[in-house]
Design a protein around this ligand. Structure first.
Ligand code: MSP
Length: 478
């Protein structure tokens, strides 16, 4: 890991407010929060942005269905997002909403600059629009006449649009991605983007004449901006593009855009091309996580398996949910989660693992040393844990950390301090000093993932006199 202080600007997708957040949305946001916390710990000037995507046909329809006016509706759902993040211990530096004035103003400046670049032209468009995707889809992508993902029939659209010359960017994008100037990870996603580019890029419509709920095109106010175009721009508007130049210069380009694998084409093709057109540096890195299924099935309202992260937090606590999601599935791969799996990991890894180790150690320190231990350097090197987190290999980092939990438990079982202290009190003292140091180091390394528990452990160990805490760190759940 680099030593010098740097700036680190990290983002999540801005989430659609057609419905409240589920664990899939929480996944990417927790991972970004962990990285932000790690970079703050390393002393980097960190800026962590998340937010909500509030315009477009999909949101307009959801508001209508709820019988609310769009603004009232998006205010409510957006608040659910920020509240949920709070419950999960997610602490962004900024939360952008695309219905905010700061975003609308910045987008208008951006669109004018885009127009002035000469890469925008008017034309007619005929195609199939999937509202679920908020994108045009190809006839060949349909299965039995419906979008295979949203199970809805796309709208046949024939309209006048403003277009962006995406096709002009084929070679330059290819070069930047191949050279990792725009680093796309995992590598399979990079290959996917490159092969898509190699099939040839078509120009894209950047306006919609028949969608009212959106940001007007500054030079043609009868049209609104295509929702993906303005949504992508949140990464710039939030740090002050066109409005607070100093802040923008400080944080742009984004160091890391985090997202799910389904939206990499928007982020790795359209987004950098738009930026290149207005002569702004593209983002440095994009990392795509895989998709969760719940007990083997796609997360869907129709199936009825949508998990509200707040329910899990209420039962198991935020730290446990954060731990579970990042431990269960290697980051970047698809994987399956369920409450059964959460409960089983909670009991084995947290209640019987880390939590039990903490109470064992503090208990013995209280009993055999009257709470007196000096905090020393850990005899076990745990740098691999932070290095793994730094490289977004969360599950590996946690595995390594839990090897240390098992190691410490093993030391205690072997030494049997409850017997040894009668004959060799010095040895017991030495052992406990080492265990306290390891536990404290472990808590420090784990704090980006489980900030609350880490804090409790460190506070307990830093006390003048260590006493066994009155309540277990992770009470066992039956
Ligand atoms: N609004 C767009 C993004 C615009 S960004 C400029 C959007 N929103 S979304 O609400 O649909 O959120 C998509 C993101 O949520 C995914 O990219 C991913 O980060 C997360 N996930 C949603 N469902 C998920 C799973 N089932 N599994 C893992 N992540 C998932 O797309």
């Amino acid at each position: 890991m680099p030593e010098e202080q740097k700036k680190f600007y990290i983002t999540t997708p801005i989430y659609y407010v057609n419905d409240k957040p589920h664990i899939g949305h929480a996944y990417t946001t927790i991972a970004a929060d962990v990285l932000a916390r790690l970079h703050r710990q390393l002393g980097d000037d960190t800026w962590f942005l998340t937010g909500t995507d509030e315009h477009g046909a999909k949101i307009e329809a959801a508001a209508k269905k709820a019988g609310k006016n769009p603004q009232e509706f998006v205010d409510e759902v957006s608040a659910k997002y920020s509240l949920t993040w709070d419950q999960l211990g997610i602490a962004p530096d900024d939360f952008i909403r695309t219905t905010e004035d700061r975003h609308k103003k910045s987008v208008a400046i951006f669109l004018n600059n885009l127009k002035n670049s000469g890469k925008v032209y008017g034309g007619d468009y005929e195609g199939l629009y999937c509202v679920g995707h908020e994108a045009f889809i190809k006839e060949s992508d349909l299965v039995d006449g419906v979008c295979p993902e949203h199970k809805t029939k796309p709208e046949k659209i024939k309209e006048k649009n403003w277009f962006f010359k995406l096709s002009d960017y084929q070679n330059i994008l290819k070069e930047k991605i191949e050279k990792d100037e725009i680093l796309i990870q995992p590598n399979t996603r990079k290959n996917e983007v490159l092969s898509f580019i190699n099939q040839g890029l078509e120009d894209i419509a950047i306006s919609r004449p028949n969608v009212k709920w959106g940001i007007p095109i500054p030079w043609d106010i009868d049209q609104t901006t295509y929702v993906w175009v303005e949504a992508l721009f949140n990464y710039c508007s939030a740090v002050g593009y066109g409005i607070d130049q100093e802040k923008f210069q400080k944080y742009w380009p984004a160091d890391l855009h985090m997202m799910g694998k389904e939206i990499i084409k928007f982020h790795c093709i359209i987004w950098p091309a738009l930026l290149l057109a207005i002569e702004i540096e593209p983002p440095k890195r994009v990392f795509a996580n895989g998709f969760f299924t719940v007990a083997g099935q796609k997360i869907s309202k129709t199936i009825g398996n949508v998990i509200d992260p707040n329910d899990w937090v209420a039962k198991y606590g935020a730290d446990a949910v954060r731990y579970f999601l990042l431990r269960e599935v290697p980051f970047g791969e698809d994987g399956d989660v369920s409450e059964e799996k959460l409960k089983s990991r909670y009991n084995s890894d947290l209640a019987n693992g880390l939590g039990n180790l903490f109470s064992r150690i503090t208990n013995m320190v209280e009993k055999f040393l009257d709470g007196d231990v000096e905090l020393t350097k850990s005899p076990r090197d745990l740098s691999e844990v932070s290095e793994a987190f730094y490289n977004l290999d969360f599950s590996h980092g946690l595995e390594v950390a839990w090897e240390t939990v098992a190691w410490a438990d093993g030391l205690i079982d072997k030494a049997k301090p409850w017997e040894l202290h009668k004959t060799e009190p010095k040895k017991v003292k030495e052992l406990l000093i080492n265990l306290v140091a390891v536990l404290s180091e472990l808590a420090l390394k784990l704090s980006p993932i489980m900030p609350d528990a880490a804090n409790k452990i460190r506070e307990a160990l830093e006390q003048e006199k260590i006493t066994k805490p009155s309540a277990p760190l992770f009470p066992k759940i039956d």
